[in-house]
Design a protein around this ligand. Sequence first.
Ligand SMILES: NC(=O)c1ccc[n+]([C@@H]2O[C@H](COP(=O)([O-])OP(=O)(O)OC[C@H]3O[C@@H](n4cnc5c(N)ncnc54)[C@H](O)[C@@H]3O)[C@@H](O)[C@H]2O)c1
Length: 256
Amino acid sequence: MNKFSGKVAIVTGGASGIGYAIVNRLLNQGIKVAVADLNEDRLKELEEEHKGNLIGVVTNVTKEKDIEALVQKTVDTFGGLDYGFNVAGASRSALITDQSEEDWDFTVDLCLKGVFLSVKHQARYMKEHGGGAIVNVASLNAHVPMFYGAAYSSAKAGVEMLTKNAALELAQHNIRVNALLPGLVSTPLTKGLTDHEGINEAYKERIPMRRPADPDEMAGPAMFLVSDDASYVNGTGLVVDGAWEVSGYPDLSKFM
Ligand SMILES: NC(=O)c1ccc[n+]([C@@H]2O[C@H](COP(=O)([O-])OP(=O)(O)OC[C@H]3O[C@@H](n4cnc5c(N)ncnc54)[C@H](O)[C@@H]3O)[C@@H](O)[C@H]2O)c1
């Protein structure tokens, strides 16, 4: 038995990439997991693979009814809810002058409203049942803009501020809320970028560790944030980016 065993978690966007890496960590620690995602086929496979320890709940995080039903189903199945990992996200990218209203709304709804609805309903349950811990996945783009990424970067900056507001309001209910800000992670979301030789090299040039992260390198920091080791960590954003954020200037060491 470890300190996590018997706990219950929700992971939105848990069928792929970073969310899936978190799901695996949780299962390895004896935590029961509700995976919320749009990918019904993958959810069925996961449920079959981890019978009794995992449920897949088809959820669109931008729909409040879906999130309410997700929390209810999690509690009905596993008897509680201790942790929320709000990971689901994606982007429709364009220059600001080209971006359609529809694509802006898609991106901001998914990345920001989806996290708001998730925190709202996870915390509603937790505050009546002794507390809990929530991790919202933002992005390095919460701090650093990128071409074609105005909607995404703005939404991710919003996730970081939403996290601070949530920590402020929920600390009195024994709920901690923190954000994780990944740099570049090798997942289906970024495959189009990392498969492109020129773009991949441009990224590596900027990232002092000269490589993208493996999704599992996000799962450890996410687990830390909900763990008792982080019992006084609240309302903060943990940047996990291989020192990318601090590499703003060109690498002058090459010239010295
Ligand atoms: N990969 C990176 O480099 C990177 C960097 C910074 C931040 N992030 C963030 O991490 C999170 C996960 O990204 P990833 O790279 O693992 O992506 P991914 O595409 O591998 O996984 C995202 C998952 O979210 C699900 N999803 C999409 N829309 C949904 C919706 N409306 N409701 C429920 N589920 C939905 C998808 O089906 C998919 O399973 C995202 O919020 C992303 O913005 C990723």
